[in-house]
Design a protein around this ligand. Structure first.
Ligand code: XIL
Length: 297
């Protein structure tokens, strides 16, 4: 195969990218998007601040543009993200307790209902675990509504869009460590109690290397009975091409690793643009990392 999407499809997987609605008029960008990728994630346009800027007032125009561009070009869409402690609208940042609980579950219900039947997988909850050695939840106004906020969100998402796979998504969980083990224990608990969860996303914002135990980490989650996906891949540093190959191989070695998404197209599109962490140069040329991925798929 000669494109990332076609190469990934050889093993039944997808290869995706984050897309920004504001770049859909850039012909170089759209040309690479349409040629190389068969899955799309809205980089910001489906987040809480974008979709519900005022309480109860929903705006889907930018998210819909991305979804419609993707679908009309034969791509699928990952929904990102229903609940996250960052990019909350100001009104939600100022809320707490049962009011916030009601508002956040309504948000999940409304957004998942708007996109019902059109989303391959939703990141229902993003980045709810703490960094460091605790293995516990991160403090946030969402967490302070009660430890069961995550399962309540998953149940609301399932009710609103029964066809979408429901994912938990986080960073620094790519290898086996205290944080990923905390997520692992939550997923195991959810599966044992019948809380609806179908997949775990590993952001994989990396520098120079993939964790040496990345495959083993993906496999232990898969063994719980969930799909796993690399959801926001970007890799800085001089060992970039090798590290991209290693992440690709880690996913391919795990049957339930269903696909990989890079977090942008050209280095200049990246939220880490100073680190040039993506597969295409600012002018749209394929980098050595691109060839390393294509060879590994
Ligand atoms: C980033 C976007 O790329 C930026 O444009 C935005 O300013 C901040 O968010 N983890 C996530 C993504 O789950 O939503 C973040 O995306 C990157 C870190």
């Amino acid at each position: 195969a000669t494109t990332l999407g076609a190469a990934a499809a050889q093993s039944g997987r997808y290869y995706g990218t984050a897309v920004a609605a504001g770049k859909l008029g850039d012909s170089t960008y759209v040309n690479i998007l349409n040629t190389e990728f068969n899955m799309v994630t809205a980089e910001n346009e489906m987040k809480w601040d974008a979709t519900e800027p005022n309480r109860g007032q929903f705006t889907y125009s930018s998210g819909d543009r991305i979804l419609n561009q993707a679908v009309s070009n034969g791509k699928r869409v990952r929904g990102h993200a229903l609940l996250w402690h960052q990019q909350e609208p100001g009104w939600a940042q100022r809320m707490e307790g049962s009011d916030l609980r009601q508002a956040m579950l309504n948000h999940v219900t409304q957004v998942a209902t708007h996109y019902r039947g059109k989303i391959y997988a939703w990141d229902v909850v993003n980045e709810a675990f703490a960094d460091g050695g605790s293995g516990g939840r991160r403090d946030s106004n969402l967490q302070r509504t009660g430890n069961d906020w995550i399962e309540a969100a998953f149940r609301a998402a399932r009710a609103a869009d029964p066809a979408a796979k429901l994912c938990y998504n986080d960073y620094n969980t790519d290898g086996i460590n205290a944080k990923s083990t905390g997520v692992y224990n939550m997923v195991r608990d959810f599966k044992s109690r019948g809380v609806p969860i179908d997949c775990v996303g590993f952001q994989a914002h990396l520098t120079n290397n993939a964790p040496s135990d990345m495959r083993a980490n993906l496999q232990r989650f898969a063994d719980l009975g969930v799909d796993v996906q690399i959801t926001e891949l970007d890799i800085a540093g001089a060992n970039q091409a090798n590290a991209y190959a290693a992440v690709t191989k880690a996913c391919l070695a795990v049957t339930r690793c269903t696909g990989i998404t890079v977090w942008g197209i050209r280095d200049t599109d990246s939220w880490r643009r100073g680190e040039n962490p993506l597969l295409f140069t600012g002018s749209g040329a394929k980098k050595p990392a691109y060839n390393a991925v294509l060879d590994a798929l």
